[in-house]
Design a protein around this ligand. Structure first.
Ligand SMILES: [Zn+2]
Length: 218
């Protein structure tokens, strides 16, 4: 935007200093001629500053561009669920935070999602964790699956009543008496995800003890 503004200013300066015959189809109307003369007069009073103190500022007030400032300014009125703030403020690695973001937005590649995206994964879309004929969607896989519920119970987390995943998270976080709720949720959720996709989650073993795998459910 800054470059465009300077470019247009230069354009105005150039045509204002040239002969009118080179710029316009003459004769112009008396009103247009008067406006051109006004602009020419105004431009004669403008002198480019060579002072270092004459600095362009972005609309958000700083002279240097930072993506963070851009997003903070243009999305200042955006309202998001508080769980997203807790997600990004958590002490987990970025890998787990991105996993959480995908989970919150229902963007994980569950079997249901792969089917919707027309991936060739056969005709079995059922949950691998519980082995029941229930289609693998993110809410079932992470929250309501029998296997997942058993894991969450061991961690002291209950998802009942479960309606909306963000609401369920908020209810549990509000009643959580210990620190690191979001960290525990992301770590356990990631472990369930790994277990559901590979059936050999090392993280799940570390979290819940040896031999605690979905294969034990079937
Ligand atoms: Zn299941």
């Amino acid at each position: 935007m800054l470059v465009l503004t300077i470019y247009r200013l230069l354009q105005v300066t150039i045509w204002a200093s040239n002969d009118l015959h080179e710029t316009f189809h003459l004769p112009v109307s008396p009103l247009a001629l008067e406006e051109i003369r006004d602009i020419q007069l105004t431009l004669t009073k403008i002198y480019p500053s060579t002072s270092n103190t004459n600095i362009w500022h972005y609309i958000w007030g700083t002279a240097t561009f930072r993506p963070k400032d851009y997003y903070s300014y243009f999305f200042r009125d955006a309202r998001t669920d508080p769980m997203f703030k807790h997600l990004w403020k958590s002490k987990c690695t970025m890998k787990l935070k991105v996993f959480g973001w995908l989970l919150f937005h229902d963007r994980l590649n569950t079997r249901n999602m792969l089917k919707r995206r027309h991936f060739n994964i056969g005709y079995d879309f059922d949950c691998l964790l519980c082995g029941l004929p229930i289609e693998e969607i993110v809410d079932h896989m992470i929250f309501t699956c029998d296997f997942s519920r058993t894991c969450w119970t061991k961690l002291g987390i209950q998802w009942t009543p479960f309606g909306n995943r963000l609401t369920a998270l908020k209810l549990n976080r509000d009643s959580w008496r210990d620190p690191f709720f979001m960290e525990i949720f992301l770590t356990a959720g990631w472990s369930l995800w790994k277990e559901g996709t590979t059936n050999t989650s090392v993280e799940l073993t570390l979290l819940l003890g040896p031999g605690f795998h979905a294969s034990k459910m079937t």
